[in-house]
Design a protein around this ligand. Sequence first.
Ligand code: AMP
Length: 214
Amino acid sequence: MFVLLFGPPGSGKGTQALALAERLGVPHVATGDIFRKHLREGTELGRRVRAYMDRGALVPDLVTCDLVGSRLSEPDAARGVLFDGFPRSVPQLYWLIGHLGASARTLAAVVNLQVPDDAILARITGRRTCTNCGATYHTVSAPPLPDGSCSRCGAAVVQRKDDVEDVVRDRLVAYGAQTFPCLAELRDRLPVHDLSGEGGIDEVQRRIFASLAL
Ligand code: AMP
């Protein structure tokens, strides 16, 4: 089962994706998380994508699709995955349809989390991320330890370069310009579950599970 989770940056899709992937029993494939791991590890790919990510632009489609292609060739992805943040452009969608079609696997469902821009800005500019394990915090609603370290692994918790207001605005522009058309294209092919991403984590999770009859 291949399920796609859409939502603008800061819609809470990363958090929701973890619970949803567990419920579906498929791996969670978040392209943003994979790119960030490469940045942390200073790999060749990390060096190629850093400038795009730092300014809130999409990484080129070829680079992104290559990365997803190799992830999908791993054995645990054979029965399906939950995509979080992929596809994010029309070319990526066509690549995915071609890739899954070739191996006779199909898209099962699409969930689209919707959150207004002002709520997104409040959420993201307060977001802090662990430099080691990637755990996320919020200055007001879920702060890290008092000394600014991660309660999971003890490493430093910082603001992502792309979580500052100007860059968040650019990420929202990229979402509207590239990801909206991708969603529109998907709507012609299968039902898209448009859900509000506002409210508590559990509340949004219930909405998602109910829409997929889980
Ligand atoms: P995210 O954590 O999903 O908000 O992604 C953070 C950044 O990673 C984005 O602003 C892009 O620079 C890059 N990125 C993640 N997923 C994709 C994708 N499917 N296509 C292109 N760039 C991506």
